[in-house]
Design a protein around this ligand. Sequence first.
Ligand code: IMP
Length: 429
Amino acid sequence: MPAHVVIGTQWGDEGKGRVVDLLAMNSDFVARYAGGDNAGHTIRIGEETFKLHLVPSGVLHPGKRCAIGGGVVVNPLALASELQGLAERGLDISPNRVALAETAHIITPAHIALDKANEAQRGDSAIGTTCRGIGPAYTDKAARTGLRAGSMRNPDTFVDQVRRHIEYNNRLLADVYKTSPLDIDTAISGMHAAAEFLAPYLADVPLLLHQALQAGKIVLCEGAQGTLLDIDHGIYPYVTSSSATVGGAITGLGIGPHYIDRVIGVTKAYSTRVGGGPFPTELRDALGDKLRGTGDNPWDEYGTTTGRPRRCGWLDTLVVRYAARINGLTELVVTKLDVLSGFDTLQVANSYTIDGAPVDTLLCDLETHQACRPVYHNLPGWSEDIMHVRSFTNLPSTAQGYIDYLEELTGLPVKTITIGPARDQTIEH
Ligand code: IMP
């Protein structure tokens, strides 16, 4: 009766959706535990590309059940439209396949307007949020003024609650932020229909998961974002507003820790981040551009949710080691190793210095982290295209050496490597 948790070890966008899609084949239930539609998972199956934001990637596997846990914040319009879009593409999205926790909090148009207003007010120190209303929705949750998904059971009273919430926040928008208030009817138009559509999906997700685990089913817990964006363990304030680390799976889904037997860290073979905040191994040159790609392919380094170009840089093993410690990782999956083909030399940060003094662990205080300079270990690259390789021993020896080096530095086994966006572009190790 195990639960497996999938965690991003960097700043999100590690390819967790792709990994969940792979692991879902051997799972019974896939449950999303934190974040909202700030997340974007791109999954390619055959010629088709799916971009998911709220619905767990397990939905792409016929017969698997999916759940959105109470740790998630849900924009009803976004979720209804994502489910409808999947139905139009022939997927079974019936309520007996997809469950939405009654305790999940709702994102409203006022949260989105406040997110934008907050960012504008921060000016140069903007977080670079996705402007999906994530921070304000979690703020209301913690302040005990939020709206829960369970309210959508009665769409009429739900819309009344949303109206009162927008009236209140309109005063904040106008008086504090000096921005235009929302037109209430426009802001809530569609909310009633979305609530009617989503009401049948509402469920007691912790109970469903408990029953599944007790019946010996495998529950795959799908994280969003990454360890360095975690509200507690990331580089605050350049973080998201939820628990992207393993604790978030337990509270966000309402399952006991004893069920968890694998904590799978997903690590991109290099580093990327979107938004503001420090990034010690960032490459602001042609090498960074080469990692990013041109944007012609959906898996190039442009945000799935916002389309923003991602900042790119070398692999930082202090970040991965930090994620291993905070999450108790049991193994790693390395994604996008193919992107590193064609570099003569690959640099991997294995320690930092601050004012010349060595530092061998990631310190998450903002000022300290900003002062860190990476110390690189150089590894030889490879020129071959590796996208067709299907076994570890057939990889160029230098690519094998890159993986061996990561295993050595983290002390974790790299169990799977992905070398392209398709399901079969996977190497088990
Ligand atoms: P928010 O979650 O929209 O409030 O954004 C807070 C920070 O997290 C910003 O730097 C975002 O760019 C970043 N972020 C949020 N979601 C993701 C994601 O799915 N991938 C990568 N970065 C993200």
